[in-house]
Design a protein around this ligand. Structure first.
Ligand SMILES: NC(=O)c1ccc[n+]([C@@H]2O[C@H](COP(=O)([O-])OP(=O)(O)OC[C@H]3O[C@@H](n4cnc5c(N)ncnc54)[C@H](O)[C@@H]3O)[C@@H](O)[C@H]2O)c1
Length: 304
């Protein structure tokens, strides 16, 4: 929980776009020092200029969150510049789809590298720094927010690689919450689980590194991309709405942050499947046309 954000420091990964950028905007408006992290230099430069113009002290660094050494250098620089951060937003992430057996090793390494290892590095590097600051100062308040997804609580088909990365982030963050509660009352954690929101996420390939280059997309990957484009583009909740929920949750010490609480019905069905030992429920049971069309296109693609 953080009760007063003024003069506190936020580290935000994926700060060049989407939820990261919107949280930086709120942080600047609340008088926070901002550490902006992104792999896309141009977006980072724009965000840096905007936050400085809004009066924030800014450290902007082009860092690939999946890279241990780059994250370690970042953490050292944050400590030297601002001291321990109060709000860490491990948020950078990329989207990917396709039938689970069609993803290449490079696909797995890229998506797990950014979505999971990025969060792991943020947690392992900043938590000890925050705990040390909390020990030295009884008034220190800190909060870590990791971005997962509703895909971390559900298992929508044809996007297994993304589901795996986000389930891991939910598990990591629930454990982080419990572990922190064992050792400190001054630092806690939340997990952000958005449903579809219009951001740059459906153009994630723009930031894919050359050494993990994609093979030509498989048929199911193309179908997955088209479905995500459509779903993300039709979202009514905006990225600024989600960023506001993040700050509200930090102030209220609320663990689960949802953009679309109505989507929780599907989580309940999944958890009932688990508890009752039932086979996984058809995720398209309430939208059979969509399920039928996905089946037809995948089976058509397989036949062609
Ligand atoms: N938009 C949605 O519908 C949605 C839904 C659920 C979860 N999410 C999650 O929200 C988070 C933020 O995504 P967004 O929707 O704002 O998308 P976005 O593409 O607008 O922003 C993500 C940012 O992360 C940066 N990034 C990508 N790879 C990076 C790397 N290796 N190192 C550092 N930065 C990197 C990108 O350059 C980009 O600026 C992601 O973790 C995503 O999986 C998004």
């Amino acid at each position: 929980m953080i009760t007063n954000f003024k003069g506190k420091t936020a580290v935000l990964t994926g700060a060049g776009s989407g939820f990261g950028l919107e949280c930086a905007r709120i942080g600047a408006a609340r008088g926070m020092n901002l550490v902006l992290v992104d792999v896309q230099q141009e977006a980072l430069d724009k965000a840096e200029a905007e936050m400085k113009a809004a009066g924030a002290k800014v450290l902007a660094r082009r860092v690939d969150v999946s890279d241990a050494a780059q994250m370690e250098a970042l953490a050292a620089e944050v400590k030297a510049t601002f001291g321990a951060p109060h709000f860490v937003f491990n948020n950078a992430g990329v989207g990917a789809g396709g039938l689970v057996w069609e993803n290449s090793v490079a696909d797995w390494q890229w998506v797990l590298g950014v979505n999971l290892w990025g969060v792991i590095h943020g947690v392992r590097l900043f938590t000890p720094m925050m705990l040390e600051a909390a020990k030295a100062d009884p008034s220190f308040e800190g909060h870590i927010v990791n971005t997962a997804s509703m895909a971390g609580l559900l298992t929508p088909p044809n996007m297994g690689i993304y589901n795996v990365s986000k389930h891991a982030v939910v598990s990591l963050t629930e454990t982080l919450y419990q572990d922190l509660a064992l050792v400190s009352d001054q630092i806690s954690a939340s997990v952000l689980c958005p449903f579809f929101v219009a951001t740059g996420i459906s153009h994630s390939e723009r930031n894919r590194p050359a050494h993990l280059a994609a093979q030509p997309l498989t048929a199911s990957q193309k179908i997955g991309q088209a479905m995500t484009d459509k779903a993300v583009g039709s979202g009514k909740v905006t990225a600024p709405d989600v960023a506001q929920k993040v700050f509200d949750a930090i102030a209220a010490n609320q663990f689960y942050i949802y953009s679309h609480p109505h989507a929780l019905g599907s989580v309940q069905v999944r958890l009932e499947d688990v508890v009752q030992g039932r086979n996984p429920t058809d995720p398209f049971a309430h939208k059979p046309e969509l399920g039928a069309s996905l089946k037809a296109s995948l089976r058509g693609a397989a036949a062609s």
